[in-house]
Design a protein around this ligand. Structure first.
Ligand SMILES: Cc1cc2nc3c(=O)[nH]c(=O)nc-3n(C[C@H](O)[C@H](O)[C@H](O)COP(=O)(O)OP(=O)(O)OC[C@H]3O[C@@H](n4cnc5c(N)ncnc54)[C@H](O)[C@@H]3O)c2cc1C
Length: 472
């Protein structure tokens, strides 16, 4: 890292100085809030939470049965939580990557890969059918080698992906740098057809508009306090109103309310992000990136980065912070040292972009499970289904998560509901303070493994043996 003009401040610090504590995706004109829940409503299906899971559930339920009375109740605004704050990588994988799927469900992996491809096809088909302009680009993702030993990992990963019918290309250092130029990049594995990029807020708002056109009612600013049984009905209660419903899908992901038992299976992990100003033609030319792929390193602590539709670089990841007690708190969204570290690492990766400024800095809660994939649980004799826990890969998988939640809440037995991934819950996290201690031990062990050429120490080997882990 080159030093700036004195005072000990670096180019990275200067570049970060003017960044606003805002999410870049929310810069589009705000369509204005929808009404809140007041008084009593009746519905056939209530969806709690208007992130991707909730919005897909509402849209698909309305498509399946146009006469159904469907109400979405959102605590804040549409996509206020993870769905509006993410990198916008849409991966076909339902299992947080092929390798993780193979580790957990070797017997079902072919089905899971096929269902993932069908889900991505259904995703793009829905965008076309409903005229949703989410700035979708099927540009693929490159897994990056930044240490010499990563080259062997990429070669092995390429063989595994090819065995499962994926279109992948291994890029040596010259080929990688011809795609995207950084002195840190030693090789890449370009997964071409299975990953796309979206503008997540345009996606969420498009899904909400499409659902409303099919008759769904969406209410904002209405935190659900409880879902209670009342004879044959469920009552979804907020401070100012209630919806009396037949069935409820709870799609609140990392958030504890209204179904507190979810805390056993998911923990919130804060993930931090920066966005630069739009790159001018000279800066764009200095890095290449003509195919606009999403990029991510293969280390345990990794950055993910991409170009936005207006040619900013979105740069996130690396630190993953678990707050004691699993609290979700807007104050955790601005972490000075973490954003600063991200800024420094950005210029280590792209020194040729010295002088480019960051305009946005934010964070969001990732809901992780011990197996890194979604989980589904039922309550109230199957009339309530909770879904969440996609870890860092929920933009695409949340459509599948919603589809399964609808199958379950409607009592349909399908190929999806028979999957072991759906039937069996992840291993639960222990209660506090063991939970916090376990997460910290695991984070440190992962950092150590990165420093030791990926060699996993006794703690990680123990967790691997038990089939559990921690990731963002
Ligand atoms: C910084 C960051 C980067 C990420 N990058 C990627 C990526 O590039 N690709 C990828 O695939 N995934 C990524 N993810 C993960 C992805 O964003 C999530 O998996 C996905 O958005 C989950 O959607 P969801 O609808 O299940 O949850 P959420 O988006 O969290 O939605 C839950 C909703 O429930 C609402 N809610 C909570 N409590 C209540 C209540 N009591 N009453 C009513 N409503 C309530 C919340 O306000 C929220 O709107 C990232 C996540 C983060 C945080």
């Amino acid at each position: 890292m080159r030093r700036g003009r004195g005072g000990g401040s670096t180019w990275a610090d200067e570049a970060l100085a003017g960044a606003e504590p805002r999410v870049v995706w929310f810069e589009h004109p705000d369509p204005g809030p929808r009404p809140a829940l007041t008084g009593r409503l009746d519905a056939d299906l209530v969806v709690v939470g208007a992130g991707f899971s909730g919005l897909w559930a509402a849209l698909m339920a309305a498509e399946d049965d146009p006469g159904r009375r469907i109400v979405v109740v959102e605590a804040d605004r549409i996509a206020a939580s993870a769905s509006g704050r993410n990198g916008g990588f849409v991966d076909a994988s339902l299992t947080h990557g092929l390798e993780n799927g193979l580790a957990h469900w070797p017997d079902e992996i072919d089905t899971l890969v096929r269902l993932g491809r069908e889900n991505l096809a259904g995703f793009t088909d829905a965008l076309d059918r409903h005229g949703i302009d989410a700035a979708f680009e099927l540009s693929g993702e490159i897994d990056l080698a930044t240490e010499p030993h990563h080259r062997d990992w990429l070669a092995e990963a390429a063989a595994v992906h090819r065995r499962h019918g994926e279109d992948v290309e291994v890029l040596d250092e010259a080929a990688m740098r011809a795609e995207v130029d950084s002195p840190r990049f030693l090789a890449g594995l370009w997964r071409r057809g299975s990953v796309g990029l979206v503008d997540p807020v345009r996606l969420a708002r498009g899904l909400a508009d499409a659902a409303e056109r099919l008759g769904v009612t969406i209410l904002e600013g209405s935190p659900v306090e409880a879902v209670e049984s009342d004879g044959p009905h469920l009552v979804v209660r907020t401070a100012a109103g209630r919806v009396v419903a037949e069935r409820v899908v709870v799609a609140t992901n990392a958030h504890r309310r209204p179904w507190r038992r979810a805390r056993r299976w998911v923990v919130p992990v804060y993930d931090y992000v920066l966005a630069t100003e739009p790159l001018d033609p000279a800066a764009r030319a200095a890095i290449g990136w003509h195919h606009r792929q999403g990029l991510g390193e293969v280390t345990n602590q990794f950055h993910y980065f991409r170009l936005t539709p207006d040619d900013r670089i979105l740069w996130g990841g690396y630190d993953a912070i678990y707050p004691f007690g699993g609290r979700i708190d807007p104050r955790l969204e601005q972490a000075g040292p973490t954003h600063r570290r991200l800024a420094h690492q950005f210029f280590d990766t792209f020194p040729q972009l010295e002088g480019v400024r960051f305009t946005h800095r934010w964070a969001g809660p990732i809901a992780t499970t011990t197996r890194f994939t979604a989980a589904w649980r039922t309550a109230h004799r199957g009339r309530l289904v909770w879904v969440g826990g996609y870890t860092g890969l929920g933009v695409g998988a949340s459509r599948f998560g919603a589809r399964v939640a609808l199958d379950l809440v409607d009592g349909h037995r399908t190929e999806r509901t028979e999957l072991a991934m759906v039937r069996r819950p992840p291993i639960p996290f222990p209660p506090e303070p063991l939970r916090w201690v376990g997460v910290q031990l695991t984070r440190r062990a992962l950092q150590r493994a990165d420093r030791r050429q990926g060699r996993r120490g006794p703690w990680l080997r123990l967790l691997d043996g038990a089939g559990i882990g921690f990731d963002s």
